[in-house]
Design a protein around this ligand. Structure first.
Ligand SMILES: *[C@@H]1O[C@H](CO)[C@@H](O)[C@H](O)[C@H]1NC(C)=O
Ligand SMILES: *[C@@H]1O[C@H](CO)[C@@H](O)[C@H](O)[C@H]1NC(C)=O
Ligand SMILES: *[C@@H]1O[C@H](CO)[C@@H](O)[C@H](O)[C@H]1NC(C)=O
Ligand SMILES: *[C@@H]1O[C@H](CO)[C@@H](O)[C@H](O)[C@H]1NC(C)=O
Length: 233
């Protein structure tokens, strides 16, 4: 993983006339390059992210970026309320150590030219192998709440509240997220009944399915939520 390597030492260049030149051979690491790709894919109103400087060797000091202590790889992106606009930047999916992304309260998802038309959550989300927390609240996400999120086995918190998703069910696959502590799907245009599989979420403390059009019956399996302290249906 490129992100774990320390920056290369300066390059000593010996010239034919015996002179020596010390050239900085440092270059932004791979995680930083992915972040710059993500930034380029978005509309970013200045001065937000002006300190994302391509000449730094790591992105660890950039606004909204946190790195792992042990290897300096990017661990978390937190960019709420910056008026960022565009589709979800797939480049973020290529950052291997990423555990948490907060892009809430931005305009992520809409097609910029067709005001407030929104895209679905992209399938590459399913490839986050270490993601623990995903909050995409108050965006303009469309499509249905995607079943493939059930494959992000490391998720502890999932908050997709208040997005204009197309009417659809609570994906039963979310019951596979055994590490889940928080599941907020308020105002997500959910219809149908609560899938019994959610009862398998024994670590869930906080479930919010309010402000949807879910119908009875509440499945008896829901009593499997033995850790739950707050349930809003
Ligand atoms: C981050 O900024 C601090 C203070 O400006 C500096 O000492 C440190 O070396 C920087 N770290 C990285 C990884 O650039
Ligand atoms: C979304 O729609 C609202 C209401 O029409 C509007 O105020 C806002 O500017 C729109 N946002 C985008 C990103 O188009
Ligand atoms: C989920 O998002 C909503 C809307 O921003 C917020 O009120 C709520 O506190 C969030 N839930 C959690 C558990 O963070
Ligand atoms: C559930 O919570 C317990 C206690 O915090 C923890 O030991 C266990 O690893 C959690 N299970 C999962 C799948 O994360």
């Amino acid at each position: 993983m490129a992100a774990s390597f320390p920056p290369p030492p300066p390059l000593l260049l010996l010239l034919a006339n015996g002179a020596a030149l010390l050239l900085p051979a440092q270059a932004l690491n791979q995680d930083g390059l992915h972040l710059l790709d993500a930034k380029r894919a978005l509309t970013v109103p200045a001065p937000a992210l002006d300190d994302w400087n391509p000449r730094d060797d790591t992105p660890c000091n950039w606004t909204g970026v946190a790195c792992h202590d042990h290897d300096g790889a990017v661990a978390a992106i937190s960019l709420p309320s910056l008026n960022l606009a565009g589709s979800f930047p797939a480049a973020l999916c290529r950052i291997p150590g990423l555990r948490s992304i907060d892009l809430s309260d931005n305009y992520i998802g809409p097609d910029l030219d067709s005001n407030n038309f929104s895209g679905p959550i992209p399938e590459p989300f399913a490839r986050f192998t270490k993601l623990q927390s995903l909050s995409l609240v108050y965006n303009l996400l469309g499509g249905k709440v995607p079943p493939f999120l059930g494959r992000v086995a490391t998720l502890r918190e999932l908050n997709l509240s208040y997005n204009p998703f197309a009417p659809g069910p609570v994906p039963p696959q979310l019951g596979d997220l055994s590490a889940l502590r928080v599941l907020w799907l308020a105002g997500c245009n959910l219809v149908g009944t609560i899938p019994p599989s959610l009862g398998r979420l024994t670590n869930l403390t906080d479930l919010d399915l309010s402000t949807n059009a879910l119908t009875d019956p509440i499945p008896p399996e829901i009593t499997g939520l033995t850790s739950a302290v707050q349930i809003e249906l």
